[in-house]
Structures are given as structure tokens and as C-alpha cells.
Design a protein around this ligand. Structure first.
Ligand SMILES: [Zn+2]
Length: 216
């Protein structure tokens, strides 16, 4: 099973991926983590990558493809993996296809968690976090007993800057312009599986399992 999970911010992509990695025993391949580790080992490639990341930019396609290629050649990636943070551009998606072809392999499926924009806005903008213990709440879906006060520790609840309306709108816009072409690319390759993300975590996961049944 060689998977890629996509979805807008706030679609629950991270937690669905974690559960898939555990249940299907997938090797977790995260470009972000590889860049950090490579940097810590003092490698040239890691230094170059972190320079992009520290300036808030996407890492150059060539650098990213090279680090992924090296990782895919390791034995634990031969049978099954879940890619995280890659591909971020159509150029990277094409490079990934080429790499896998060279290894006589291919992606099994690309899972796309679909959530309406308005629902994402509602989910994220209503989110509140405890300043003291980090527990999260939602104004509508998971309100604290006393408004603005953490049930767990009595701490003050606040809205993270990146959960504010303008910031969420901006992140969604970036996601759409950058990611839509990749989704279209995989649709064209016949690999895309759309999953309705507007359900409970468990229901979304069940739908993903159902879609993966019979695939290897
Ligand atoms: Zn708290």
C-alpha cells in the first residue's frame, strides 16, 4: 500500500494519516522531518532546505525530489508507505511517478478528504485553545462549561492567530491554488479517491478503509 493523503487545512488529514500508518503498518515518509534531520546531520541538502523553510518558502523541487528519492530507496519503503508533505507541486508529482516507475512501483491511491470551504471556516474560526494546558475547544461543537474558561485547568481560552478568519481564508486560498493542480493530476492518472470529510472522524476513517479494501 503506497498512499498519499490530501485535504485542506482543518480537514483532519493529520489524524487520519496517523491512524492509517498505525493500522496498515505504513512507513511514514515526511519531507519536513527529513529536511530537519538532514540539517541536524549537517548535510548540505538539509542546510539548503532549511534556508527555504526558515524564510517561509516551499523547498525547491530538485532538493525535495532528491531527498525523497533517497528515502524511497531504503528497504522499509519498498512495500508500503504514506507520504506526508509531498508532492507539493505538479512537477514533484511527476518526479515521484518517474522515481516509482524506475523502482518498478507505483502509488496505490491518493486519498482526498473533501470538506466545503464554509465548513472549514466554521471549524477553524470557532476553535479556542487553553493558554495554560493547550486543550482545545470549539465555540459551537465543543464549548467549555464556562465561556472563555478551560474545563480542565481553569486557564484562559484564546483564539490562535492562524485560526482567525483572514488567516484561515488566506491558508485556504493558498491551498486551493497550489494543491488543486495536483489533485487534477492524480484524477487524470485514475488514482484519486474522494472521501467525504464532513462526517465524524470515525465515519471518515471507515470510508477510507472501505475505499482501500481490495487494494494493495
Ligand atoms: Zn487548560
Amino acid at each position: 500500500m503506497k498512499l498519499l493523503v490530501m485535504g485542506p487545512p482543518g480537514a483532519g488529514k493529520g489524524s487520519q494519516s496517523q491512524k492509517l500508518i498505525a493500522d496498515y503498518e505504513l512507513t511514514h515518509i515526511s519531507t519536513g522531518e527529513m529536511f530537519r534531520r538532514s540539517y541536524e546531520r549537517g548535510e548540505e541538502i538539509g542546510k539548503k532546505a532549511m534556508a527555504y523553510i526558515n524564510e517561509g518558502n516551499l523547498v525547491d523541487d530538485d532538493i525535495t525530489n532528491e531527498i525523497v528519492r533517497k528515502r524511497l530507496l531504503k528497504p522499509d519503503a519498498a512495500r508500503c508507505f504514506l507520504l506526508d508533505g509531498y508532492p507539493r507541486t505538479v512537477t514533484q508529482a511527476e518526479a515521484l511517478d518517474d522515481m516509482l516507475k524506475e523502482m518498478s512501483s507505483s502509488l496505490t491511491a491518493v486519498i482526498n478528504i473533501v470538506v466545503d470551504k464554509d465548513i472549514i471556516l466554521e471549524r477553524m474560526v470557532g476553535r479556542r485553545v487553553c493558554k495554560s494546558c493547550g486543550h482545545t475547544y470549539h465555540k459551537t461543537f465543543k464549548p467549555p462549561k464556562v465561556e472563555g474558561v478551560c474545563d480542565q485547568c481553569g486557564g484562559t481560552l484564546y483564539q490562535r492567530v492562524d485560526d482567525q478568519l483572514e488567516s484561515v481564508r488566506n491558508r485556504l486560498k493558498i491551498y486551493e491554488t497550489k494543491t488543486k493542480p495536483i489533485i487534477d493530476y492524480y484524477k487524470g492518472r485514475g488514482l484519486l479517491i474522494n472521501i467525504n470529510g464532513m462526517q465524524s472522524f470515525e465515519a471518515v476513517y471507515k470510508d477510507i478503509q472501505k475505499a482501500l479494501r481490495g487494494l494493495r
